[in-house]
Design a protein around this ligand. Sequence first.
Ligand SMILES: Cc1cc2nc3c(=O)[nH]c(=O)nc-3n(C[C@H](O)[C@H](O)[C@H](O)COP(=O)(O)OP(=O)(O)OC[C@H]3O[C@@H](n4cnc5c(N)ncnc54)[C@H](O)[C@@H]3O)c2cc1C
Length: 388
Amino acid sequence: MERTLKLTPEHEMLRTTFRKFVDNEIVPNYAQWEKDKIVPREVFKKMGDLGFLCPWAEEKYGGVSTGWAKGNPVPDIIPDMIMMEELGWRSVIGVFSHLHNFMTSPYIDTYGNDEQREKWLPGLVSGEKICAIAMTEPGTGSDLGAVRTKAVRDGDDYIINGSKTFISNGVLADVVIVVCRTGEGYKGLSLIVVERGTSGFERSKPIPKIGLHPQDTATLYFEDCRVPAANLLGQEGDGWGQLMSKLQPERLCGCQLSTAMAERAVQLAVQYSQERQIFGKSLGSFQNTQFVLAECATKAQICRTFTDTMIVNYMNGQDITQEVSMGKYWVCETAIEVASKCLQIFGGYGYCEEYEISRIYDDSRVFTILAGSTEVMKLIVSRGLGVK
Ligand SMILES: Cc1cc2nc3c(=O)[nH]c(=O)nc-3n(C[C@H](O)[C@H](O)[C@H](O)COP(=O)(O)OP(=O)(O)OC[C@H]3O[C@@H](n4cnc5c(N)ncnc54)[C@H](O)[C@@H]3O)c2cc1C
């Protein structure tokens, strides 16, 4: 099926160079990073050197001005989407450079002032600095509006107290965008940047997880952590609106990664069904195998078509809140189902770490939880329908 997403020769070139990077630098080392539960910082540096980080940033900050940069009416998010697809197609999404590129650093570009952009963007584009966003707290996940981490103004500083958990790139991060309470209710949330080395800012070791092993996920602690008031992004109380606008592309990212994993799962299962002999014939010759693979391929194709359409609509400046909530729910749930059914085709081998399909099964699982769970997505969709 021809894709609705049209790629330029520049996009294709990026795909070729990024694929080479994934094959040469990521795939051979990935199993070790899974054991280490973290990706070495140098990987980000190498990606920065090759132009794979924050391509949307303006040239003066080291980027190639493809996206969100000021004065660019149609943000080209395809470079980021291509890189996510390539990581998904090789089952190495735990590198989580997409979090740095697409889900965190853009806050600084969009909501930062010139001084803040000049201070942080060059390091984020070069890979010398790694970015994270800290919303979730031990007592507050889906109910983001109930954030308790407090930032109190004291002269030219804020003093932050509280903790955040499940923070992706939490150990590696140098620049952490922290969702803080500066007032009451939704209008009392603000985004404040806390940098590595700030006194009163500590972090845990990576939290052991059932999948996405190289993606370091940490708990962050803030105890009388004093940061300059100049680290506030936008105005006090802007936080909720800033989050709501950037959570849409973050959810699109979940759809893109899940779709790529579903496509890879089908590809691997089709291949295996042709190689494996049982009862004297190929596994693929059994009608059950044919039906399962036909169902999985159909679902992966629908994920692809829906996701590509959302990407195009987003780049056309449309409000995709409703469709990306539908997509985040359905695509991510479907990818898990496809991964599970494809794993079944492998029998016992599918349950072994040596087989790539097992990693897809593990890694796809988290996407119905993070960046807004399936249940939260259904709430948004039903509100959009006017259901009360
Ligand atoms: C690997 C990983 C990486 C993460 N990375 C980050 C990160 O970088 N930054 C960050 O801030 N957070 C991050 N998170 C946190 C993630 O966003 C939260 O886990 C998520 O928002 C859910 O919050 P919770 O875990 O507290 O679950 P809860 O909010 O406690 O939800 C528990 C269950 O209740 C359901 N539920 C919630 N509301 C309703 C409702 N109204 N009706 C019915 N059911 C409901 C949920 O869907 C879920 O099934 C990450 C999580 C993981 C696992």
